[in-house]
Design a protein around this ligand. Structure first.
Ligand code: SF4
Length: 329
C-alpha cells in the first residue's frame, strides 16, 4: 500500500487509513537525514529533517503538511519544489475556541479527503471510519498502559513506531511484566523530537532520573484524546475532529491556555520534580514558552536546544543533564 507522509499531530491517521491509504507520520532521524535541503540558516532542523526524509522515501503517493507554524508553511514551499509526490497544505486554525474554527478544521478534513481520493483512495462510510478509529484508539491505549514497563527511550520509540507504521503487535502490559526502576521524576516538555534526540531521554534515566511525562509533540502530548464511544458511533467524523482539534494541547494554539491546564494537571499527578525543556533551534513558538514555563511550574527547568545533527551537542547535553540530575538528587 502506498504511503501518505506527514508529521503534524493534527493530521488524523485514522482519516487517511479509512480512505484505504497508509498513513505514515515521519519523525526524522536527524536534520541531515537526506540531501534535498541543505543547512539553511533560520530553518527549523525538524522541518529540514522532515523534508529530507520524505524526499528520500520511495513508496509515497502523497504528502500532507499543515499551517501550524510559519516554518512548516515555508517547508511546504520547499516540498512542492523538491519532492515529486503530490502535496497538500492543510489549514489548521490557531484559534480553537469558536465554532467557526472547529467548522474550518472539519472542512479541511473533508478537503483532505478529496485529495486522498485523487491519490487513489475511496471515501469511507461512517462504519468504516468508526472501525479504523477503534483500532487506533486501542493501540494508543495499549502504549499508555505499557508505559510503566518501558524505559523513556522505549516509550518514545513505541510511539514513533505506531505513528510511522500504524497499529502493530500489542506491547506486553500484563501485570506480570516488571515495571522500570525508579529515579527522580522528570518531565520533558517541548516541540517535536527527532529520533536521534531520544538520546536525551536515555541520558536522563542513565544519570538517575525517570521520565514520567513525555510532553513533547512526538511524545504522549501529541496523541489525540481517547474517543468517546457513543459519539464515535453517532458521528465518527465529528468525534475524530473533536479528539484531534480539541484534544491536542500545543504551544501554537491561540490562546494556548489548554497546554498549561494540561501541564498543571499532569505535572502534579505524576509528582514531577524537574523539567527538561526541549526545543529545536529557530523554533520561536517553543522558545517563547521557556520563561513562562519556568514561572508557571516553579520547578527547576533545564533548557536543551537541538540542531538535530551535531555530535558536540550530544556531549554538551550529556554534561548538562548529568549536572541537572546531580542538583536534583
Ligand atoms: S519545532 Fe517549532 S518551528 Fe519546527 S515545525 Fe515544530 S513548531 Fe514549527
Amino acid at each position: 500500500m502506498k504511503k501518505v507522509l506527514y508529521t503534524c499531530p493534527y493530521v488524523p491517521a485514522e482519516w487517511v487509513a479509512a480512505h484505504g491509504l497508509q498513513p505514515c507520520r515521519i519523525i526524522p532521524v536527524s536534520a541531515a537525514a537526506g540531501s534535498a535541503v541543505d543547512r539553511l540558516e533560520g530553518l527549523c532542523p525538524y522541518v529540514r529533517g522532515f523534508i529530507n526524509e520524505i524526499a528520500a522515501e520511495k513508496e509515497t503517493c502523497g504528502i500532507v503538511a499543515t499551517t501550524v507554524c510559519d516554518q512548516m508553511r515555508r517547508g511546504f514551499d520547499l516540498i512542492v519544489r523538491r519532492c515529486e509526490s503530490p502535496a497538500f497544505l492543510m489549514n489548521v486554525p490557531s484559534t480553537w475556541q469558536t465554532v467557526a474554527a472547529q467548522k474550518l478544521y472539519i472542512g479541511e478534513l473533508k478537503r483532505l479527503g478529496g485529495f486522498l481520493v485523487r491519490l487513489g483512495g475511496r471515501l469511507p462510510t461512517d462504519e468504516q471510519l468508526a472501525e479504523v478509529m477503534l483500532k487506533y484508539d486501542a493501540a494508543r491505549r495499549n502504549i499508555f498502559s505499557a508505559k510503566e514497563k518501558l524505559s523513556a527511550g522505549e516509550f518514545a520509540e513505541a510511539i514513533a513506531s505506531f505513528s510511522h507504521n500504524g497499529p502493530g503487535e500489542r506491547i506486553d502490559d500484563s501485570a506480570d511484566s516488571e515495571p522500570v526502576g525508579c529515579g527522580v521524576p522528570l518531565a520533558i516538555i517541548g516541540g517535536p523530537m527527532m529520533i536521534n534526540d531520544f538520546d536525551i531521554l536515555r541520558m536522563a534515566e542513565q544519570f538517575g532520573g525517570r521520565i514520567v511525562l513525555n510532553a513533547t509533540e512526538t511524545g504522549e502530548r501529541g496523541f489525540c484524546s481517547p474517543f468517546d464511544r457513543r459519539s464515535l458511533r453517532e458521528n465518527p467524523l465529528m468525534e475524530l475532529a473533536a479528539a484531534y482539534f480539541g484534544g491536542i494541547p500545543d504551544a501554537s494554539r491561540r490562546p494556548n491556555s489548554e497546554l498549561y491546564r494540561w501541564l498543571e494537571r499532569e505535572l502534579a499527578t505524576r509528582g514531577v520534580r524537574g523539567i527538561i525543556f526541549h526545543r529545536n533551534v529557530f523554533c520561536d513558538i517553543w522558545h517563547a514558552e521557556l520563561s513562562r514555563l519556568k514561572d508557571f511550574s516553579g520547578l527547576p527547568v533545564l533548557d536543551i536546544d537541538s540542531t538535530g545533527e551535531s555530535e558536540s551537542y550530544r556531549q554538551r547535553n550529556s554534561n548538562r543533564i548529568r549536572a541537572f540530575l546531580e542538583m536534583l538528587t
